[in-house]
Design a protein around this ligand. Structure first.
Ligand code: MRU
Length: 371
């Protein structure tokens, strides 16, 4: 996608060929800042500190982190240490483990002298595959928007989304927002309601920023507004991203997604989930029982950061001193509330048979690892 008109990805190999560039997403929307990652510790810190975030981007950043580690020491022990360090950064998005498994498989059986080069090559492929997957799911999801547009006689299609599952959450192109960008670029009238998504406000700060950069009309709404809009026919379709989808189609995503799915079901609004296939975890079935839900620092709830009238970035406390807060980062939407999964292989039902049919090679992996 473009930033101030310049094609930009969220992660890239720096021109020196020795380090990795990222956008520091904790600085958006008020400052566009890029950072350089030179070591395993830099990559792990960037993921844990959410300078890079969003399931597919976390996976790509971890892949480059393995390369940075192997450049310094390509031993088996260091490969193991790098994967363990990166895996410990965030627990919920399965793309992280998927990418680490891919990296280990790409280097493990090679002589040490070849490992760093092989790791860099596989990290680059993981990044490129993410972009291709997202562009493909964007084309499939665009058809859903087209069908609604055809019924609306040129009036904008209103899409509600939660958190940020745009290009900033991926290497490029986005997941939930990929169909929106594809539709907008094709000349369809689309308008996005972006939930602000407390506590970290990724909707207000990131989704609004990237939609604005791309010229897509949008409105930020408080998290509790979606149900009201749906009751009044103001939402045509909900499209969210996901951090992990289980083999039976349960969807884990940013906290509050489940409430949007309930409201959508109650109001007959279609509820779709956009995802590239590395987000599917065929090892798990029951999302509620089995997906680890990250709990983050209480300060993310107790404090808010924003720009003052005179342009300073300030962080302020919004609860009384000493208040106990809970900060669950994700929730699980049961498959029964999901109208469909928008993947790079088409729009499929959120159930075990449809997922297995669409991605048979991944189900095979599960059987092998259970054997
Ligand atoms: O905590 P984050 O910002 O990494 O969480 C990201 C999300 O939950 C996104 O909404 C998302 O759908 C997964 S990334 C496409």
């Amino acid at each position: 996608m473009k930033v101030n008109g310049k094609p930009t990805r969220t992660i890239w190999l720096q021109s020196d060929g020795e380090s990795v560039g990222i956008i520091d997403q904790t600085q958006l929307p008020h400052r566009f800042v890029t950072l350089t990652l030179e070591t395993l510790a830099d990559a792990a810190q960037a993921i844990a500190g959410m300078q890079v975030r969003g399931a597919p981007l976390i996976g790509a950043a971890a892949a480059y982190g393995v390369w940075l580690a192997l450049r310094e020491d390509a031993s088996d022990e260091n490969l193991e240490r790098a994967c363990a360090t990166l895996l410990a950064t965030r627990p919920t998005a399965i793309n992280l483990k998927w990418a680490l498994d891919e990296m280990a498989a790409a280097v493990r059986n090679r002589p040490r002298s070849e490992r760093a080069a092989a790791a860099l090559a596989r990290a680059g492929e993981i990044a490129d595959e993410d972009v291709a997957n997202n562009q493909a799911l964007g084309r499939h999801g665009c058809k859903l928007i087209e069908e609604i547009a055809a019924r609306k006689n040129g009036k904008p299609v209103n899409v509600l989304t939660h958190c940020n599952a745009g290009w900033l959450a991926t290497v490029d192109a986005g997941t939930a927002l990929a169909p929106v960008y594809t539709a907008h670029d094709a000349g369809l009238a689309v308008h996005v309601f972006a939930d602000e998504t407390r506590p970290r406000n990724q909707g207000a700060s990131l989704t609004a920023w990237e939609l604005g950069q791309h010229g897509v009309p949008h409105t930020v709404i408080p998290d509790n507004t979606g149900g009201h809009l749906m009751q009044h026919g103001m939402v045509d379709i909900v499209i969210v991203g996901t951090d992990r989808v289980t083999a039976q189609g349960d969807v884990c995503n940013k906290i509050g997604t489940y409430l949007k799915a309930l409201a959508a079901a109650d109001n007959d609004v279609p509820f779709y989930v956009g995802l590239p296939s590395p987000t599917i975890d065929f090892m798990l079935s029951d999302g509620l029982a089995e997906i680890p839900i990250e709990q983050r620092a209480p300060a993310e709830v107790a404090m808010m950061t924003g720009k003052t009238k005179d342009g300073r970035i300030e962080t302020v406390q919004v609860v009384p001193d000493g208040t106990a807060v809970a900060n669950y980062a994700f929730d699980v939407t049961p498959a029964r509330l999901v109208t469909g999964l928008i993947t790079e292989r088409g729009v499929i039902a959120a159930n075990r048979a449809a997922l297995a049919q669409a991605f048979p090679e991944r189900v095979g992996n599960r059987l092998q690892s259970n054997a």
